[in-house]
Design a protein around this ligand. Structure first.
Ligand code: FAD
Ligand code: DLZ
Ligand code: SF4
Length: 515
């Protein structure tokens, strides 16, 4: 074999043809390494669908590279002698191929970057770690934006990204005169039998092989594989995007915060899986959505809301992650210590909101934003669950979960475990919010209107107990002034009943009784 110039190592969430490490690749001189490894599949016990999706997408991507003439050293999980980790697979490839140097794109997770930094010494070879420029905002740009600010307000960061990209801009001004149309996006939804079906794909032969492998090796992980419907190539992911833009984007804004029994996807895009592994380019996705507004095929509130999630929230949480790691995932500002209840793994609870979201998560490795934030996240916050356990659960169960995006959303946004780096107040809500934004309560054995006592919605007493329990840390928060004022106006007796009711519920939870 002729001597090899570069060994290019591509990770499972780097499946982009324009990846930094592939940019100057030459099929005649370079070899590409990709590997399925046990360490990545088990550093948390990922949902079966997540592992199957990533392995299948990796195998399809490797095929595409081969069709372009590249030599790909692809190591399947069940290949004999699979070394089980990135570093050992890389070491074996280097020993066999003797490249002049190794090229990688920086990983999305801090733990992998730490490992990567040791590869030069491990291999005795130059290792070129290139910046991941599939994001709009570089680490330096985010650090510069954050430095000297007292609060890292997402809205201001988002405006910078609008200016930088020119998305929805009319000269120096935001299209329509406002930066943010969220106020128009908080409507409940009604069941709609005519809602188009979201695009999904029957597993092809490669996916079927992977599904069998995952069932055999990871049979005891959460989830089921018979619902596998992911796009596993870039072309398929682009079709998912096109169908979202055509069939769902115009209603995306209105129903963005709504939740309905039996309608897990509503008008959401279901593209986070594909953006996060690199099949879809975030800026191209936003330009496609903007085009719909310009052509008067989708209203501004929908398009702005959608674009904000991607160039705003997505870029912002990545910035916060790299700014605050290491240590961010261990934060526990509210000192919450309760273990994660067993029903998070089974969906077996009488609380219909939680059972619906958890069942859907088991079925699809997906839940939409408000379900993650205001149902499972809100419950864990109110019940005082250890945020690290909550973080690991989210990282395991969602097929789009990588620590850079999951941890800020969980540790910061839902659990307020970072003490307000990411959000200025905890997203805590009683049953009233859930009842307003969903039809879950209509199907629940608990009564959302009942505050305490037998049959009362547990979220109601938990909400007040949460504020009471955390009064020392939260009562000075300006944005919580109103609920604390209401709490103080209550009679001692009323406050006592809330405390007693919440504590009774939490005791049952800790004892593992069905709630
Ligand atoms: P849509 O509702 O159609 O939104 C469009 C796109 O916007 C998404 O595909 C995603 O790329 C982006 N987006 C929206 N909200 C966020 C956000 N808060 N942070 C980052 N990107 C966002 N998203 C992940 O990609 N991976 C995660 O592990 C993840 N964990 C989350 C955990 C919690 C507790 C919460 C509250 C949110 C989390 N999110 C995560 C954000 C969001 O819930 C998902 O991106 C979204 O539900 C994916 O579904 P969709 O593609 O249909 O999104
Ligand atoms: C999530 C995941 C899983 C389950 N398995 C693999 C794998 O076997 N090989 C691989 O290259 N990547 C995998 N991934 C994605 C990685 O965990 C991800 O690239 C790193 O966490 C960096 O973000
Ligand atoms: Fe959830 Fe309470 Fe509504 Fe039941 S009544 S679905 S527990 S919010």
């Amino acid at each position: 074999m002729p001597s090899i110039r570069h060994l290019i190592f591509i990770l499972g969430d780097q499946l982009s043809p324009n990846l930094a490490s592939l940019r100057d690749a030459d099929p005649a001189q370079d070899v590409i390494l990709m590997c399925e490894v046990m360490a990545e599949a088990t550093y948390v016990r990922h949902h079966k669908l997540k592992i199957a999706f990533i392995f299948s997408a990796m195998r399809h991507f490797a095929e595409e590279l081969r069709q372009q003439g590249f030599t790909v050293r692809y190591r399947r999980l069940d290949d004999e002698g699979n070394k089980g980790s990135f570093r050992e697979e890389l070491r074996a490839a280097v020993a066999e191929l003797s490249p002049d140097c190794v090229i990688v794109t920086e990983p999305g997770e801090w733990r992998v970057l730490e490992d990567m930094k040791g590869w030069r010494q491990l291999l005795g070879l130059p290792v070129d770690i290139r910046a991941d420029d599939r994001f709009l905002c570089s680490h330096k740009e985010f650090r510069d934006w954050a430095s000297g600010r007292k609060e890292l307000t997402m809205e201001f960061f988002y405006r910078e990204m609008r200016r930088k990209t020119g998305l929805l801009m009319e000269g120096d001004h935001p299209a329509g005169g406002r930066w943010n149309y969220d106020a128009e996006n908080r409507k409940p939804a009604s069941p709609d039998l005519l809602r188009p079906k979201h695009k999904s794909y029957k597993p092809d032969a490669l996916s079927q092989e992977v599904i069998a492998l995952v069932e055999e090796r990871f049979g005891d992980h959460i989830g089921r594989l018979d619902r596998f419907g992911f796009a596993v190539t870039r072309a398929q992911a682009e079709t998912v995007l096109e169908s979202f833009i055509r069939d769902f984007l115009p209603q995306f804004g209105e129903t963005q915060d709504a939740m309905l029994v039996g309608d897990p996807f509503l008008n959401h895009s279901l593209i986070s899986f594909y953006i996060n592994i690199g099949f879809l380019d975030p800026l191209a996705v936003c330009r496609a959505a903007e085009e719909e507004y310009r052509a008067c095929r989708a209203p501004l509130n929908a398009v702005e809301g959608f674009i904000r999630q991607i160039i705003g929230w997505r870029e912002y949480v990545r910035g916060v992650y790299w700014l605050k790691m290491p240590g961010y995932t261990e934060l526990n500002f509210l000192e919450a210590k309760r273990p994660l209840p067993g029903f998070f793994w089974t969906g077996e609870t009488d609380m219909k909101c939680l059972s619906t979201v958890i069942d859907e998560t088991i079925d699809h490795a997906y839940a939409h934003h408000i379900q993650r934030l205001m149902i499972t996240g809100n419950f864990a916050l109110l019940a005082g669950i250890d945020p690290f356990q909550v973080h690991e659960w989210y990282l395991e169960v969602y097929a789009d979960a990588y620590e850079w995006v999951e941890a800020p959303n969980v540790i910061g946004m839902t659990q307020f475990a970072d003490g307000g780096i990411l959000g200025s107040k905890p997203y805590a809500a009683s049953g009233n919010y859930i009842s307003k934004m969903s039809d879950y309560c209509q199907h629940c054995r608990y009564d959302v209107k009942k505050k305490v006592g037998e049959g009362a919605c547990p979220f109601n007493a938990l909400y007040w107990d949460f504020l009471d329990r955390n009064g020392e840390k939260l009562s000075a928060n300006r944005r919580l002034a109103q609920p604390y004022a209401t709490w103080r106006r209550m009679s001692d007796e009323q406050r006592g009943t809330y405390r007693k009711s919440a504590q009774g519920f939490l005791k049952k939870l800790e004892a593992g009784e069905k709630v």
